[in-house]
Design a protein around this ligand. Sequence first.
Ligand code: FES
Length: 102
Amino acid sequence: MIFLCKVTDVPAGRAKRIARGRKPAVAVFDVDGVLHAAADQCTHGTALLSRGKIIDGKVVCPLHSGSFNLLSGAAVDLPCEEPLAVYRLEVRGEDIYAEVPD
Ligand code: FES
């Protein structure tokens, strides 16, 4: 597991982007107080999902309004069809870790 950020870095009801140099960025989403980690890039294009809206457990892409279930990563609304990579997340004290592949 890798360290992503502090719990306090994630705004309520929104997302925190974690840049990782040359590796794909990760986003941590706060869904009604439950945290989820996922890839920060939409599978339909280049939009950053950390800039999307979180509605009913989904993140809605800011570019074409496709959406993904943040628990499963399933694409919910078109034009998104490919699932989003989601990562197992663990909160240790005030720190957030996730199983993010290299
Ligand atoms: S880039 Fe996200 S829906 Fe098109």
